[in-house]
Ligand binder design. Structure first.
Ligand code: NAD
Length: 327
């Protein structure tokens, strides 16, 4: 228990906002003020579900909160983020941070001036399966990520690169410590007025390549990460979730439980090790919220600050700009 709990509110009680509200309403280290949404009937319903207070305006949030979670559509992030930061509130803003790099820079500047915290909702940083994968691999030469989903209208105010691929861009930028050398991309529109399907090929100066594929017009949900490095190949399925590792020799990643098999190759017999990892499951959103609460209390930098959000957005927009649409 802490002496002075941050007073937190939520703006946006939609699909994701509901989960923020649920966690904050039962968080021991937070005084949850309530939620505001421009859709009054949806707000009433969500507030009743979690027995929390509806708030009548953003001004009321400012009056009663020291921090807010901004869980509204991306095209509102800048305006709302600016408003709360100018009123000296810390913000947890959903991804992507804003629609333009200039807007992200402006939010970072206001936060710096007012000594406020910005955390961006790149939730995969708190995904226990991804964090386990990062422990198991060391220096991948090639990273392939697929993030596919069936179509739904929600989120289509921005291209799929800003909606889905931005998660993987952030993940790759965190895994590869090198500047980007080149980006190639292709994509298509089908169901919305923005790009629904995108493929990106990112080459880093240190030789690492990342191939990202995102779609919101797929038949089903796919969340797969494949990494290749010397002697080690990993396949991670975030939907199960599980990590499978294959290694040409016992490279130290394998435990006693690993299965080994002798394989005849043109270079003679090689031993291939295989092991499956089922990481301990934790609620990534709760972990993200805990990181925000800790940052507020300690006045420390959150894991995903405004700069990280801006960096992922910058690459996402570069990918979008590379896509030639034939329409
Ligand atoms: P949603 O459409 O379900 O909910 C958005 C809510 O915001 C709606 O209830 C709407 O009425 C409300 N709203 C819109 N403008 C408002 C305003 N000016 N003031 C107050 N309320 C307003 O959308 P969602 O799926 O919950 O997405 C919200 C945000 O969360 C988006 O930025 C999206 O990219 C992000 N998101 C992140 C993840 C993740 O994995 N981190 C997943 C889904 C969505």
């Amino acid at each position: 228990m802490i002496d002075k709990k941050p007073k937190i509110g939520v703006i946006g009680a939609g699909h994701l906002g509901k989960h923020h509200i649920k966690h904050l309403a039962q968080h021991n280290d937070v005084e949850f003020v309530g939620a505001f949404d421009t859709n009054a009937s949806a707000l009433r319903k969500v507030c009743a579900e979690f027995s929390v207070n509806p708030v009548n305006s953003i001004e009321e949030l400012v009056k009663n909160c020291t921090a807010v979670h901004i869980v509204t559509p991306t095209n509102t992030h800048f305006e709302l983020g600016k408003f709360f930061l100018e009123n000296n509130l810390d913000i947890l803003i959903e991804k992507p941070i804003t629609e333009t790099v200039k807007e992200a820079e402006s939010l970072i500047e206001i936060a710096d001036q007012n000594k406020c915290i910005i955390q961006v909702g790149h939730i995969e940083r708190f995904n226990p399966t991804i964090n386990k994968l990062k422990q198991l691999i060391s220096s991948p030469h090639c990273i392939e990520i697929e993030r596919l989903a069936p179509f739904q209208a929600r989120g289509t105010e921005v291209p799929v690169i800003l909606d889905l691929m931005v998660h993987d861009i952030d993940m790759v930028l965190e895994m590869v410590d090198s500047p980007i050398k080149n980006i190639q991309a292709s994509g298509a529109k089908m169901m919305s007025s923005t790009i629904d399907l995108a493929h990106a090929h990112i080459q880093f100066q240190n030789g690492v390549v990342a191939n990202l594929k995102s779609s919101r017009i797929a038949q089903g949900y796919v969340r797969k990460i494949r990494t290749y490095q010397k002697n080690l190949y990993s396949i991670t399925d975030l939907m199960i979730p599980q990590i499978e590792i294959y290694g040409l020799k016992n490279s130290g990643q394998f435990s006693q439980q690993s299965i080994s098999r002798a394989v005849e190759t043109s270079e003679g017999e090689k031993t291939v090790f295989y092991e499956k990892f089922i990481p301990e499951q934790k609620d990534a959103l709760l972990e993200e919220i805990n990181n925000f609460v800790e940052s507020i209390i300690k006045r420390s930098r959150p894991n995903v600050d405004g700069h990280a959000g801006k960096r992922a957005l910058d690459i996402a927009l570069q990918i979008e700009n590379k896509i030639f649409l034939n329409d």
